[in-house]
Design a binder for this molecule. Sequence first.
Ligand SMILES: Cc1ncc(COP(=O)(O)O)c(C=O)c1O
Length: 529
Amino acid sequence: MITAPSFELIIGSLVQYGSTRGIVVAIDQQAGLVDIAPICDQVKAANNALLEISVASEVIMVDCAHLVSCARDVVQVQGQLDEAACDTILRATVRVGIERYYVARHQPAQQKPFTPGDRITYAGRVFDEQEMLKLGDSMLDFWLTTGRFSDEFERRFAQKLGVRFAALVNSGSSANLIAFSALTSPLLGDRAIRAGDEVITVAAGFPTTVTPVLQNQCVPVFVDITVDDGTYNIDTSLLEGALSNRTRAIMVAHTLGNPINLDAVVAFCKQHNLWLVEDNCDALGSTYHGQLTGTFGDLATSSFYPPHHMTMGEGGAVYAKSLQLKRAVESFRDWGRDCWCPAGKDNTCGKRFCQTLGDLPPGYDHKYVYSHAGFNLKVTDMQAAIGLAQLDKIDSFIAARRANWQALREQLSSLEDVFILPEPTKHADPSWFGFLLTIRDTSRLSRTKAVEFLESKNIQTRMLFAGNLTRQPFLATEHGRSLYRTASSLVNTDRAMTDTFWVGVYPGLKPGMIEYTAQVLHELVGRRP
Ligand SMILES: Cc1ncc(COP(=O)(O)O)c(C=O)c1O
């Protein structure tokens, strides 16, 4: 039990917390921690269920049976409470509990200094109490589906990128699926992509950059990447050779944050009237000629899965500089509907019951008219709420990724004869997702030996995702091989599959982790750092 220093009580008037009656008590002096038992007894005696005590800038909320919480950051209230004030106070009590939980349960592990041998993960969620507080706020709303937090996130995220719209979805993979599907919309007339059309891409990377092409009955056309220059992106000298009279788009990722050669790709797309979809899932914050990636193509996508530049658990976004594709994107995301009313709203267009669309009877409710073969890939407000807190930190996250990458790059420069070290694409300032290393042909080291050694030292490693997609079980069958075309040798893609791995540079790395990773890589090749 907490012991009480002396304090003065002013018993306020009876208040109504929703259906619960209570008493507001203000304590004038900074009383610190107080023994609340006598007060509870008074309240019980007065037959009230709830007591709120405001101690200088601290608030103690007492349910007669249970002490709920106590901390700073709350308006002092005396007397009759209106609904808004009541809401503020009740939310504040939850916030206080969340803050305490964060400090007690998460912060100690986050603040524990690194000692060699501790796990060094390649990525992970980086958060503090702010993410948990936002999540708590949305939990209290209990709106659950898209709502005020997702609206705010879409607006702020679009603003941050300088794009006209951003549509939140439930993953980066969903974002890619929606982005590509939007290009098949009848709203685009002759420019709509149709089944059997071709899309130039690469086989070295994440599967769901490519699978939306297959899911729309179109044909991925694979060209090789460059590896010797340390950029791991589409080899733009192969674009011309990949072109056919069915080519309609290029859809590629900026590999681990390193932008593709956008000068060449954008010019090629313009020249041949192709759509460009940038998978920006690993590159949030990267720039090319000073312009953010994700703002060059017709559409771009982000992932908010925990290892990414910012997280909301599961989540993603589709965005564009032009509004032309907004309706198609939102319709494919929201069941394929023609109506654009937000959740819980009706008749925004004012024509809910007076249109005749498709073969439907005249005046059929616009809310139930479907103009696309859509999905439901919406995000929840809880996810968006976490995203808002992460968005406040994104600049510092990007800066930390760059600084960590740079430090590791410098500390590994003496291993250039063993590894191909990563290089930023010309004109680019990448917001790195990870640090790629390829074992040179001249080295006697094997990739398996390298990753096993690092993992044995508790340093987590990753492959360049799927390696060569055409060798993955879903494409390496007779049927699978009939689904794509290869427009060049994939010799470098194969090299990335057999000789490449990567380690992390994420903002959660603690002081000493980069140095230790560099030291272990030196040890691997029998050298001193
Ligand atoms: C380049 C790229 N695109 C798409 C995705 C898919 O994102 P999500 O995991 O959110 O579906 C990833 C996942 O890491 C990725 O790296």
